[in-house]
Every structure is written in C-alpha cells, then in structure tokens.
Design a protein around this ligand. Structure first.
Ligand code: CU
Length: 379
C-alpha cells in the first residue's frame, strides 16, 4: 500500500497559484509544440483576446480478430489572462486510468511569473488544476530553458486524489525539444509516478513537431504510451503504444468581433538609443512571438533596427497590401509603406523615421496571433 498523505499543502499551493494567476500585463504569445514535447504542457501563456484550441488524437488497434481502432482524443481550450496567466480546460476521453470515469475534465490555471522572454535564463511556470473525474486538486511546477537548439523542460506534479483512489500522489517529468530548423523539432519526454505500483509504467512520448509555414498552427506527430495529457493522464503509461497527432489552433477573437488586437500599450521609457554618427539608433528585438519592446517612442529622424533573436522567421511589416487585415497597420499620412521581407534568425532590418506620427506594424507569419509593434515618432 502506498502511504496516504494529507493534501492540505497541495490545496494551499493550488489556491495561491489560482489567486496569483488572476492578479495583472500579458505577453504576446501562442502555444507552439516546438517549445514542448507531446506529453508536457510547457510554460506558454496566451494573450487575452486569443483563444487557444488544441486537438489531440491518439490511436491504438485492438486485439485480433476485430482489431478495432481505439481513439483517445484530448481537447484543450484556453485563453490568456492578464498577469502572465492562462486559464482553460482539457477534456480527455476514453482514459483507462480512472475506474468508471473514462472522460476527464481538467480545469486549470497557469501562471508563468518568470520567462526567458523577459531576459531570464529560464521559464518558471505554476499550474493549479481540478480533475473532475478523479475529484482531485492537481498542481504542477515546470522549469524550462533553452540551450542552443535544445529546449529542456522538467516538471513536478502532485495530485490530491490520484485516479480517484483516495490518496495523494506525485510524479516527475522531463523532456526536451531539439530544433532541426526554424519550423521543425524532434521531441521526447518521460514521466513517472514517484510510487509506481504493479502495472503502472512510466509514461513516454516521442514526436516530430512542426510549425506550419505562414500559419499560426503547429502540429505534433507522435507516439506515446499515455492515453491523455491531463496532468494525471500524462504521468502514467500503459502497455500499448498509441500513435497520434496534436494540432494547435490559436483563434484571435478580436478578428471576428471588430477592432483587431488592441495596439501595444504606451511606449516604455527605454530603450536607450546608440549613436551612429549624429543619428540615434534604437534596437528592437524580435523574440519568439513578440517585438521587444512592443512599443517605443523616438524622435523624427531616428533609426530603428529590428534583430531577429528567435529561432523563427519573422517580418517587420507596415504595408497594408501585404497583411491580412490592412486596418491593423498604421502609417502617418503620405508615408511610404515598409516591409522587411523574411528575417531569418540572426538577421536584422533598419528603418529611418523622418515623419512624425504613429506607426503600427506587424509580423506577417504571426499576424493572426497578434504579433504587433508600435512606434511613436515625435517632432
Ligand atoms: Cu513573427
């Protein structure tokens, strides 16, 4: 028998995470399977105004002679909440682990207080969840960091009532994505309950992760012995290998209800310009799915240099004819549109701004998920 442990600490953690996640500024971000292996949730948080919808299916052929194909879909719906948070639910079906409850609802809140995008050396993410089938409060802490083409993730998980069996249990997981190119990665992970019983195997997965060119969608084609990707479901493996895929669909709500994503907030006081001769040069970094800073204020005649520090291709585009929704870019009257064209990782693009006014530009490959920036040019 496994020792039963009190779950009060876990409940406390869950409450704290929930409260923290409901607390304040949201980064532009969408989920990409390039940043996480198939059975790990990663540290991504969405932007509010974007609804993330992910569809995962895993298949296994049954016993002969019928060899009926069993299909275990997991759906995820989530949206960013202010304060680097994400709130959502997973609905996982045909799970064999919770007796009498094959369909799991998992409601969760994620909070990522530290992110590499904010120039930290790692991502730290906390998740609190309620698994309705197991009637269990679940928690997860995830650490992730990038080392060259590798993104490494580790997670600790705790369940107040694992698999509805009346006991608190915990699990650990680790995985990595290896970037092969700007749009493909190999990924794998392993997870284990810390007190595995008979018939309870480690959960594993291995997959090819793909960013579908010129769309905000990513696709994972994978194999795993885990049936679902709830926190509990991804912590236990079975004897059969399931084959499957996951497709991620960010839906920008504001595209459908009018005004477009709200333009970036007021310019930050920084960055400090450098001098090129007598001209001032401001640097903007192009990160994974965001311009940093998102908004800057400069003076007429200043230069701005964008540098792609991410592993994806991006553009800097203020050209109404080249974007899906021309109303989302803005140029002062009479100013020539500009477009960097594709910027590969490491490349940069410089533009001079002689005309005062407000400029709103976006990234063509990631316009649907609100990758947008703003420049205020004063006299
Ligand atoms: Cu982009």
């Amino acid at each position: 028998m496994r020792p039963a442990r009190p779950s009060r600490g876990l409940l406390g953690l869950w409450a704290a995470v929930t409260a923290a996640a409901l607390a304040t500024s949201s980064p532009l971000s969408a989920q990409s399977v390039l940043d996480r292996p198939p059975n790990m949730h990663g540290t991504w948080v969405g932007s509010s105004g974007t609804v993330q919808f992910n569809v995962m299916h895993r298949f296994a052929a049954g016993d002969p002679p019928e060899r009926a194909v069993r299909n275990t879909p997991t759906f995820l719906v989530a949206t960013g909440v202010p304060g680097n948070g994400l709130a959502g639910a997973r609905y996982a079906t045909s799970s064999p682990w919770i007796r009498g409850f094959p369909n799991e609802w998992e409601f969760f809140v994620r909070y990522t207080p530290m992110a590499e995008l904010d120039e930290r050396s790692f991502d730290l993410s906390l998740t609190g969840a309620y698994n309705q089938a197991a009637d269990s409060f679940d928690g997860q802490i995830t650490l992730a960091r990038r080392i060259g083409p590798l993104r490494v993730l580790t997670a600790g998980r705790a369940f107040s009532q694992a698999f509805r069996e009346g006991e608190a249990r915990s699990a650990i997981a680790a995985g990595a994505n290896l970037r092969l190119s700007h749009s493909t990665a190999l990924a794998a992970d392993l997870a284990t309950l810390l007190d595995r019983g008979p018939g309870e195997r480690m959960a594993w997965s291995a997959g090819l992760q793909i960013q579908i060119p010129t769309t905000p969608h990513t696709l994972s084609i994978h194999a795993s012995n885990a049936h679902t990707t709830t926190l509990q479901g991804s912590s236990i493996g079975g004897a059969t290998t399931l084959w499957g895929f996951e497709f991620t669909i960010p839906v920008t709500l504001s595209r459908y209800i009018g005004t477009g994503p709200s333009p970036p907030s007021d310019p930050e006081s920084g960055p400090e310009p450098s001098l090129v001769g007598e001209d001032r040069l401001f640097d903007v970094e192009i990160e994974d799915l965001a311009f940093a800073p998102e908004a800057i204020q400069i003076q007429a005649g200043d230069m701005v240099r964008w540098t792609n520090t991410s592993l994806l291709i991006h553009t800097v585009t203020a050209h109404p004819d080249r974007v899906a929704d021309p109303s989302r870019v803005l140029l002062p009257e009479g100013v020539e549109p500009f477009d960097s064209g594709d910027l590969a990782p490491g490349e940069s693009f410089t533009q001079v701004f002689p005309v005062p006014g407000e400029y709103i530009y976006l990234c063509i490959p990631h316009q649907a998920i609100g990758m947008i920036g703003r420049i205020i040019v004063t006299e």
